[in-house]
Design a protein around this ligand. Structure first.
Ligand code: IPM
Ligand code: MN
Length: 354
């Protein structure tokens, strides 16, 4: 098979973790006889520095022409500490999601047996936890361009959802629940927010079409509690944009490290595969960041964008083996920590031997 991939490494540790995911992708293509073509595009703070735009048209064109996008991370503290900045790296990420129509962000939360001791939760709570969080990605308060303001005294953002947006994401939630353990938790704040009441209404309308699926409606504050109290109670969770952002950072650490959680953003045009973590600027250039979330995002790319399941499985096996061998970066290492690039090399070596 021929794989045409756009690679957007971004800022901070983005290029370092992307390097490892690319090495692994190349190794898998060699092992299975696929032809890999990839091209780098700029995005984030480095694109603002270069061309004044965090998601330049040329990068968008590249994404549109590719079969998949492998994405690192964006962000730079010089923008975080400057609320007055009008052009920000995050606009590049949000702009890309919007322009590619990536309305669903799939974030699998899976505990790795060999990492359980790293979880802040008790082993019995986290052992066997395995759920899929589906985050709506192109609506809600993030896209406050439908109405937002800050005049120095008063500020507001608006959270808007349309029936069409909610229907398609909840339906996707049910489709995933059908493929998994047939339980869907729809997370909202329907006791306070009108937009959440629309989510709940639509959830109640769609539920009867999936009689085999157990539907659970849950308020977001309760969901935040349940993720640490009883993560194994979840199978598929679907929620709006900002709740999904917050809950998946929380969920990621119960698996041992935020550096482990991959994601797939799917929708209308080319799908994007990216770790859920940020650009970790303090570690940039130090070769210490955990590349596994990005490597696992590459596994998701093989599976979701190319339907190459064996290839994805081999990457997961390699990641598992590296954890068992305790060949890990400092966030999860017990003994001597390995470098980002060493972990990448180890995975490539493992894949070459299979
Ligand atoms: C994520 C990130 C982004 C988001 C930021 C960088 C805009 O936190 O992908 O989870 O909030 O969606
Ligand atoms: Mn986030």
């Amino acid at each position: 098979m021929k794989l045409n991939i756009a690679v957007l490494a971004g800022d901070g540790i983005g290029p370092e973790v992307i390097d490892q995911a690319l090495k692994v992708t190349k190794a898998v293509c060699e092992r299975f006889g696929h032809e890999l073509n990839y091209e780098h595009g700029i995005t984030g703070a480095c694109a603002i520095d270069e061309v004044g735009d965090p998601y330049p048209e040329a990068t968008h064109e590249l994404c549109m022409q590719s079969d998949a996008v492998l994405y690192g991370a964006i962000g730079d503290p010089k923008y975080d500490n400057n609320p007055k900045a009008t052009v920000r790296p995050e606009q590049g990420l949000l702009g890309m999601r919007k322009k590619l129509g990536l309305y669903a962000n799939l974030r699998p939360v899976v505990s790795f047996p060999s990492l359980i001791h790293k979880s802040p939760l008790r082993t019995d709570l986290v052992d066997g936890a395995d759920f899929m969080c589906i985050r709506e990605l192109t609506g809600g308060i993030y896209f406050g361009d439908r109405g937002r303001k800050n005049d120095g005294n008063t500020a507001f953002d608006t959270c808007i959802y349309t029936r069409e947006e909610v229907e398609r994401i909840i339906t996707l939630g049910y489709e995933y629940a059908m493929k998994r353990n047939k339980k869907l938790t729809i997370v909202d704040k329907a006791n306070v927010l009108e937009s959440s009441r629309l989510w709940r209404e639509i959830g109640q309308e769609i539920a009867p079409q999936y009689p085999e699926v157990e539907t659970e409606f849950m308020l977001v504050d309760n969901a935040a509690m349940r993720i640490i109290q009883w993560p194994k109670s979840f199978d598929v969770m679907v929620t709006e944009n900002m709740f999904g952002d917050i809950l998946t950072d929380e969920a990621s650490v119960i698996t041992g490290s935020m550096g482990m959680l991959p994601s797939a953003s799917i929708g209308v045009h080319t799908s994007v595969f990216e770790p859920i973590h940020g650009s970790y600027p303090q570690a940039a250039g130090k070769d210490i960041a955990n590349p596994l979330a990005t490597v696992l995002s590459a596994a998701m790319m093989f599976e979701y964008a190319f339907d190459l399941m064996e290839e994805g499985k081999l990457i997961r096996e390699a990641v598992d083996a590296s954890l068992v061998a305790e060949f890990c970066t400092e966030d999860i290492a017990e003994g001597e920590a390995k470098k980002t690039s060493e972990v990448g090399d180890w995975l490539v070596d493992y894949i070459g031997k299979q």
